[in-house]
Design a protein around this ligand. Structure first.
Ligand SMILES: C[S@@+](CC[C@H](N)C(=O)[O-])C[C@H]1O[C@@H](n2cnc3c(N)ncnc32)[C@H](O)[C@@H]1O
Length: 273
């Protein structure tokens, strides 16, 4: 565990090999929401069957596979061979051309894509500005970056705020800080000259989740935010979380309804790049 922790801080990005076995079962929106979310991404980017599309940090294809219905074919980049092996085993994967490569050095010529899809990646890469630079390079002049993500799920819902306050208070600040982008994308990208195109598009959904299931997810190190913690730090965080659960939730095993949404914003790259 300690050596994994050091590798993460040395490389400057969080590769998801260790999550391949449980990623699909533990992430984001419930399964039935995928078609609506893919439709949202396609609409935000005016994508169609002739569009050349790349997903950076494609993982297990959670986003890319449902998006195929709109674009027919797609390119995907990830550093995790294990995550992409999961994708390859799924129906439809043959229409996705996969590259084991770093988002900081995309294996494509300039102006190759009409759309680049980016979902839950920039917070994992220390040099996230370098990733944006690469994306600007591979986008065509009128191409769009399509940034998406889940809002209001277990990691972000106000319903679980007592848990996260206790978690953060129990752990060293540098261990709970994100390795990459910490600001909302809607603030960070415009500050670098990326121009939002249209309003953010949202697909609302509901997830049921109990406080105790959040504890279990932390204890099982399901979320990448736990991977930099030593066993002793994790134990300290878990003890604080258990105390907060006892203090704030009358029925810790009872699933609570979280009003969540997937949001997509299209951006045009800075004109100078
Ligand atoms: C949270 S997962 C998101 C996967 C997918 N976009 C989704 O939403 O389901 C982040 C992915 O980014 C990949 N990743 C992290 N750093 C990377 C880098 N520098 N270059 C390429 N991929 C990277 C990880 O291996 C992981 O598969």
């Amino acid at each position: 565990m300690e050596s994994t922790m050091n590798q993460l801080s040395e490389t400057g990005y969080v590769v998801f090999d260790r999550a391949a076995d449980f990623y699909d079962a533990t992430r984001g929106f419930p399964e039935g929401q995928a078609p609506a979310i893919a439709e949202l991404i396609a609409r935000a980017g005016n994508l169609h069957s002739g569009s050349r599309v790349l997903e950076v940090g494609i993982g297990t294809g959670r986003i890319a596979l449902p998006l195929l219905r709109h674009v027919g074919r797609l390119h995907g980049v990830d550093l995790s061979r294990a995550m992409m092996a999961r994708l390859r085993a799924k129906a439809g994967a043959a229409a996705i051309r996969l590259y084991e490569a770093n988002a900081l050095n995309l294996p494509f010529p300039c102006a190759a894509f009409d759309g680049v899809v980016l979902v839950h990646v920039l917070h994992l890469i220390a040099n996230w500005q370098g990733v944006l630079h690469e994306i600007a390079r591979v986008l065509k002049a009128d191409g769009l970056l399509l940034c998406g993500g889940d809002l209001g799920n277990a990691l972000h819902s106000a319903t679980f705020e007592p848990i996260w306050l206790a978690w953060r208070a129990a752990l060293p600040a540098e261990k709970v800080a994100r390795i990459g982008l910490a600001q909302p994308i809607g603030e960070a990208l415009p500050a670098l000259g990326w121009r939002p195109i249209g309003e953010p598009l949202r697909h609302a959904y509901t997830v049921m989740r109990s406080p105790q299931s959040v504890y279990q997810a932390l204890a099982s190190r399901h979320w990448s935010s736990t991977w930099r913690l030593s066993d002793a730090e994790l134990a300290r965080g878990l003890a604080a979380v258990q105390e907060a659960i006892q203090a704030h939730y009358a029925q810790p095993e009872q699933p609570l309804s979280l009003q969540s949404a997937f949001e997509v914003q299209a951006f045009q790259p800075p004109q100078s790049t």
